[in-house]
Design a protein around this ligand. Structure first.
Ligand code: NCD
Length: 313
């Protein structure tokens, strides 16, 4: 049975990009484009609404992106930015926290180091909960950001050879993005990583089962000429068990100007940020480097998501 939220409308959450159908995603991206082109038209749509950002794990971009999105829609923002400043430090469960937050706010964005924590919260919530990143698992709003960037700059989401490079084991943005892009059947994937940081076996099994065209390689230079999109990621230090392994792997890939000469002139370089060393700053001025544009698209898509989940369109 459909659950009704505290605003009297059907209650919807976003835990993974797959919670939205391809048609719903198209509508969301169209709305994000409308907001981008007519910010004034949406400047008061969330008047008197509140977003709670519950962040149990560090973040700058994602939290501030959510907050900017809500403020630009006329809404207000409450929340906490690390677990130590919330009641979690006193032992409160996410289920209890969300019940309390449901009394204060109209919608919640939650980041948590434990896989599945936002899902547990959603089960208890009377307001929409958005997974803002759960452990090494999923990061759906980064995926929506990546997809809107690709769709806006390339005109489509299908028919590309997509290279994903770096920490494919722990990088939740990679897991989320691949899962979402698999619904566009003409895409091909090239996974570029050292042996230790290959994609998780569940993802490989899914690709094989779906008969997706993919390969796993170690050398970026070899595959660069064949790519339409290159998604770079940092090595996820916080998810390593020992510092030695991190130090050995952290500079495995460094995309610089010279390497980029091997890539097609219209390839896009994306990165969820934060960047460490995996892209040299000299690449930033190349027109193919779109990671800072991506940040701006992230605000539009979060605006569209907030408006949609609140049932305001
Ligand atoms: C990503 C994340 O948190 O997973 N960052 C982000 O949200 N933009 C990527 C990362 O931390 O490497």
């Amino acid at each position: 049975m459909e659950k009704i939220g505290k605003n009297g409308k059907p209650l919807r959450h976003l835990m993974t990009p797959l919670d939205m159908s391809v048609e719903e995603l198209e509508e969301l991206f169209d709305l994000a484009e409308k907001i981008k082109n007519d910010p004034d038209g949406y400047a008061h749509i969330c008047d008197r609404k509140k977003l709670a950002t519950c962040f149990y794990e560090p973040s700058t971009r994602t939290r501030l992106s959510f907050e900017t999105a809500m403020l630009d829609l006329g809404g207000k923002v409450i929340g906490f930015s690390d677990a130590s400043s919330s009641s979690a430090s006193k032992g409160e469960s996410v289920s209890d926290t969300i019940r309390v937050i449901s009394c204060f706010a109209d919608i919640c964005a939650m980041r948590h180091p434990k896989e599945g924590a936002p899902m547990v919260a959603a089960g208890r919530s009377t307001i929409p909960v958005i997974n803002a990143g759960d452990g090494g698992h999923q990061h759906p709003t980064q995926t929506l950001t990546d997809m809107l960037t690709i769709r806006s700059l390339k005109g489509s989401l299908d028919g590309f050879t997509i290279g994903l490079c770096g920490d494919l084991k722990f990088g939740r943005t990679v897991h989320s993005l691949v899962n979402a892009m698999l619904r566009y059947p003409a895409n091909k994937y090239v996974f570029i990583s050292p042996e230790e940081l290959k994609i998780p076996s569940y993802l490989r099994a899914k690709l094989i089962e779906m008969k997706v065209d993919f390969k796993e390689v170690e050398r970026l230079e070899d595959v660069l000429p064949s790519l339409d999109l290159l998604y770079m990621t940092r090595v996820q230090r916080e998810r390593f068990f020992n510092e030695e392994d991190y130090v050995r792997l952290k500079d495995f890939y460094v995309l610089n100007k010279k390497k980029l000469e091997l890539a097609p002139k219209d390839m896009l370089v994306l990165h969820p940020l934060p960047r460490v060393n995996e892209i040299s700053v000299e690449v930033d001025d190349d027109p193919r480097a779109v990671y800072f544009k991506q940040v701006q698209y992230g605000v539009y898509v979060r605006q569209a998501l907030i408006v949609t989940l609140l049932g305001l369109v």
